[in-house]
Design a protein around this ligand. Structure first.
Ligand SMILES: Nc1ncnc2c1ncn2[C@@H]1O[C@H](COP(=O)(O)OP(=O)(O)OP(=O)(O)O)[C@@H](O)[C@H]1O
Ligand SMILES: [Mg+2]
Length: 251
């Protein structure tokens, strides 16, 4: 059982790498997988070919805005659990929970605590958990109390992205996130870019675990709004990501 999460600057490939992880696990029969989309501008569902209707955020609003009658006999606790269950989109080998809008101005901490507790319980029913995030790290500490076994910090093939990855790793350490291992993934980089960035990666002591090439086939699926689960085994991105996932999900 492994819980993995991604972090990194905007647009570097976090959602893509989550989808590749889900594809890997489903194809290996390492199921069921719980996917959590913790990005308020959620798009993991689309990347996995799922329609997302209700989000946990909308459930929270309905349950705790105070001007809504609870169904008779239901406590707020029951109601949130029911709504979270409703927000769970089911697919072949994996389910997706979309968090939706984050806690706004009036942070209903009570509701968030319930959601957090319930998320932890929910995760126990799955073999692996894959969590997509927005660029920030806040919710990694707030959304779940469970340990993240592997935090994948993603960068695109640029010197600024690599520097941002270092900052994310330092921030995770400062926040004392419960993370087993931090791994650095360089995304959309060919041989040349990798060679050019290597001195910086070494200087910043980034734990480089994989280099994923720019994959035109992957981008085509994305543009067409199709699921990345359709990628072939010999797609360059899949091929390059496989040893990384073998390592993470072994045992
Ligand atoms: N290895 C790759 N090859 C080709 N295209 C890629 C690759 N990785 C990511 N992309 C494309 O780059 C874009 C950004 O990727 P993605 O949405 O995964 O980034 P993100 O870090 O999740 O972004 P955000 O911070 O906005 O959530 C997408 O259009 C995606 O299809
Ligand atoms: Mg994303």
């Amino acid at each position: 059982m492994a819980t993995i999460a991604v972090a990194g600057k905007g647009g570097t490939g976090k959602t893509t790498i989550c989808a590749l992880a889900v594809r890997y696990l489903v194809n290996k029969g390492e199921t069921p997988v719980l996917c959590v989309d913790a990005d308020p501008n959620s798009n993991l569902g689309q990347t996995l070919g799922l329609e997302v209707g209700i989000t946990v955020g909308s459930a929270r609003e309905q349950g705790f805005s105070g001007n809504r009658e609870l169904p008779s006999g239901m406590t707020k606790d029951d109601f949130v659990q029911y709504k979270v269950q409703e927000a769970l989109a089911e697919s072949e080998g994996f389910d997706l929970l979309t968090m939706g809008r984050p806690e706004g101005a009036g942070c209903y901490c009570f509701a968030n605590n319930i959601i957090r507790r319930y998320m932890d319980e929910l995760a126990d029913d799955y073999r692996h958990v894959v969590m997509d995030n927005e660029a920030g790290l806040e919710h990694l500490s707030r959304r779940t109390t469970r340990k993240t076994d592997v935090l994948l910090v993603v960068s695109d093939a640029g010197i600024r992205g690599v520097g941002a990855a270092r900052n994310v790793i330092d921030l995770a350490a400062e926040m004392e996130l419960d993370v087993g291992e931090v791994l650095f993934v360089l995304n959309r980089a060919g041989e040349e870019a990798r060679a050019a960035l290597m001195p910086e990666i070494e200087k910043l002591e980034l734990p480089l675990a994989a280099v994923l090439p720019d994959d035109p086939g992957l981008f085509e699926l994305e543009v067409a709004g199709r699921s990345l689960l359709e990628l072939d085994d010999d797609a360059p991105s899949v091929d390059a990501a496989t040893p990384l996932f073998d390592k993470i999900f072994a045992t």
